[in-house]
Ligand binder design. Structure first.
Ligand SMILES: [Fe+2]
Ligand SMILES: [Fe+2]
Length: 206
């Protein structure tokens, strides 16, 4: 059975992702866990930074500022947890790599004139990154051999699922629900294409 066969339909629907990850990825990732942990450490830093940049750019958005402030702490806590795992295993925190996945997603971003429309685009992209991260953590939590890493990734899977939901909820607060839903579907299609064209790499979370 392929790892992704075990993902319940219900869960796939919740995440909405169109293309399940290539099941070979878990096996590859497992062989280069030092690289995976380093890449993951940067993903968490970038998540914290993204929240800070939204708060800085949209101070007038009451819910956004209030909801994302604690997420900054949470994402930074995730970074520290990954760093602790790196230290525990005697690994090194490597250098940050080019984030092809996120760069590809950003190419789909519309840069409309309206500030709120731009905000909605950014929230949708962040939600998508959280959803894909969640899907990947789930695979690691289920199929990696090392039991302590399975528990480790399970916690991230749960947290990122919550962020994905929160970011989409915020998109619905600041955008028209119908347009957000439509744009979300367009992004899901586009993201599936990005995933299909990205090389399956052993050293990246995405
Ligand atoms: Fe996180
Ligand atoms: Fe997150």
């Amino acid at each position: 059975m392929k790892p992704t066969d075990k993902i319940p339909e219900e869960h796939k629907h919740v995440l909405g992702l169109r293309l399940p990850s290539d099941p070979r990825w878990v096996n590859l990732a497992e062989l280069s866990i030092e690289d995976i942990l380093s890449d993951h450490a940067y993903c968490e830093q970038k998540a914290a930074l993204s929240c800070i940049s939204l708060i800085q750019a949209y101070p007038e958005c009451y819910e956004l500022v209030r909801e994302l402030s604690p997420v900054v702490i949470e994402e930074w806590g995730h970074f520290r947890a990954v760093l602790a795992e790196i230290d525990k295993r005697g690994f090194q925190l490597g250098r940050q790599r080019k984030d092809e996945y996120v760069n590809e997603l950003k190419k789909f971003e519309i840069k409309p004139g309206g500030r709120m429309e731009r905000l909605v685009e950014r929230l949708i992209i962040f939600a998508l990154i959280e959803a894909r991260s969640c899907e990947r953590f789930r695979l690691l939590s289920l199929f990696i051999q090392d039991e302590s890493l399975r528990a480790f990734y399970h916690k991230f899977m749960v947290a990122e699922a919550g962020h994905y939901r929160l970011l989409l909820d915020l998109a619905n607060i600041y955008g028209n629900a119908e347009q957000v839903a439509q744009r979300w579907q367009q992004y899901l299609d586009y993201e599936a294409g990005v995933m299909a064209n990205l090389e399956v790499r052993s050293d990246r979370i995405h």
